[in-house]
Design a protein around this ligand. Structure first.
Ligand code: ADP
Length: 461
């Protein structure tokens, strides 16, 4: 980074909890920045609170009263004299009103502008912008006419199966896969109903449903001067109910040309909205090596560590420096990646009971040893300590285990053996399930697609 521009951030508030708050605090400490945690009343003894230099209680356990409470967080930031807020992922990280509230209170929001966030928060608006920027789109329709006739007409043109999505959707809500015209009226009504209930708006878009795509995403970074680069790609095809559980970088088996074309499309996407900071452009890749824009996430992703390990960069440090006004010091040609990294998300949930979140006290915790040498890197981004209570108020993610090695086979092997060293007595975890996924012969053969988990359900559960 070019150090000349802007003002150094000295006091940083982290408006989040769990592993991501801890991870951000680690980098801030390394940079000599004073960190301020926020917490709800059930998180008083949480790890992120203990790690931060200072901590402020912002409200009761329900997220609406604490981690999602904009006035409370702004008030806490002012009280603590924080010059900047890092929102992490989830909670307020993609909330344009929060970014605006920071700005109007002279607090730096570590993320893109509110306008860029708003533009990407509607799937149909995002697609309209990407179409103009010549970023490839999945065949479909994202216009204003939402009548059943119009949607039927488009479905006939692009041919079944099709997918209906809530324009303002997220988290897989308001989505319906439709296999034939007679199913359409009911699917449209159902998707509209769900979308209205979840997002207060029933506008739908329609796309061709790709039967066995891979989910490939590109990490982009842009500075305030408009320099925009990409930092390799990730494969996040291993998903349960549209939630990623295993992620890896680089995406296996992509040719150099395809990798470069996707990277360039992601940069074009970011430039089309004047993007600043860390962002992720998500694509679906079909079996003919055609890739299509799906959406852009305007925040740091859960799976960012796999990119950090193959590029040997600290993306949170990049975010902070860009927010300070520094320009990117690396050019596209300076970005190299080496080896292979895989991440698994460790959740407090019970695979034996349909993955219901599991809560309760962590009576015993022995985390695997982390280390790094020329051949292996074992990294654990953890948000918990022995004695903590896992509650049902928040996302059940406990930690992420990330392993880097020279190649995918070695990384998978080390990941599996390290995962077996993770000991937790208390809530149930998905560790046995993760082991079955990464040891599955088709995973080892790199047969990745977004239906992997459904395809092998019987063997995995
Ligand atoms: P959300 O924002 O609700 O998570 P996305 O549009 O990101 O929805 O899609 C979530 C997941 O659904 C994708 O990762 C992919 O697995 C699947 N998906 C979405 N669109 C399509 C499509 N057109 N064809 C096949 N699968 C799709």
């Amino acid at each position: 980074m070019n150090e000349s521009a802007g003002k150094k951030i000295q006091r940083l508030m982290v408006a989040n909890r769990g592993e991501i708050a801890c991870r951000i605090i680690s980098t801030a400490k390394k940079m000599g920045i004073t960190t301020i945690a926020v917490y709800s009343d059930v998180d008083k003894k949480a790890k992120h609170v203990a790690m931060a230099d200072e901590a402020i209680l912002i409200g009761k356990a329900p997220a609406q009263d604490s981690y999602l409470n904009i006035p409370k967080i702004i008030e806490a930031a002012k009280q603590a004299g924080a010059e900047a807020i890092h929102p992490g992922y989830g909670f307020l990280s993609e909330n344009a009103r929060f970014a605006e509230a920071c700005q109007s209170n002279d607090i730096i929001f570590i993320g893109p502008t509110a306008e860029a966030m708003l533009a990407m928060s509607s799937k149909s608006e995002a697609k309209a912008i990407m179409e103009k920027a010549n970023v490839p789109l999945i065949p479909g329709y994202h216009g204003a006419d939402n009548s059943t006739e119009k949607l039927l007409d488009i479905a006939g043109q692009i041919s079944y199966p099709v997918i209906l999505k809530a324009a303002l959707g997220g988290g897989g809500k308001g989505m319906r896969i439709v296999n034939s015209a007679p199913e359409m009226p009911e699917a449209i009504a159902g998707a509209k109903r769900e979308s209205k209930a979840a997002f207060g708006d029933d506008h739908l878009l329609i796309e061709k449903y790709l039967t066995q795509p891979r989910h490939i995403e590109i990490q982009v970074f842009a500075d305030q001067a408009g320099n925009t680069i990409y930092l390799s790609d990730r494969d996040c095809s291993i998903q349960r109910r549209h939630q990623k559980i295993v992620e890896e970088a680089p995406a296996p088996g992509l040719s150099a040309e395809l990798r470069q074309a996707m990277g360039q499309a992601a940069v074009d996407a970011a430039k089309a909205i004047g993007y600043v900071g860390a962002g992720t452009v998500e694509f679906l890749l079909d079996s003919n090596e055609q890739f299509y824009f799906m959406e852009m996430n305007t925040r740091l992703q859960v799976e960012h560590p796999v990119t950090e390990l193959i590029t040997r960069q600290d993306l949170v440090e990049w975010q902070i420096k860009i927010a300070e006004g520094s320009t990117l010091s690396l050019k596209q040609e300076d970005i190299i990646h080496r080896g292979h990294a895989i991440e698994v998300r460790i959740y407090a949930e019970d695979p034996e009971q349909n993955f219901i979140p599991s809560s309760g006290q962590i009576h015993f915790l022995q985390e695997p040893l982390t280390y790094q040498n020329d051949q292996i890197c074992i990294r654990l981004d953890s948000g918990i300590r022995q004695g903590d209570s896992v509650t049902s108020y928040y996302d059940p993610i406990l930690a992420k285990l990330i392993v880097w090695a020279e190649d995918r086979e070695r990384a998978t092997h080390e990941l599996s053996s390290t995962l077996s060293d993770y000991r937790l007595i208390g809530p149930e975890t998905n560790i046995p399930y993760l082991q079955r996924v990464i040891q599955h012969p088709e995973f080892k053969k790199t047969q990745l697609n977004t239906h992997f988990i459904d395809q092998y359900k019987a063997e995995l559960e």
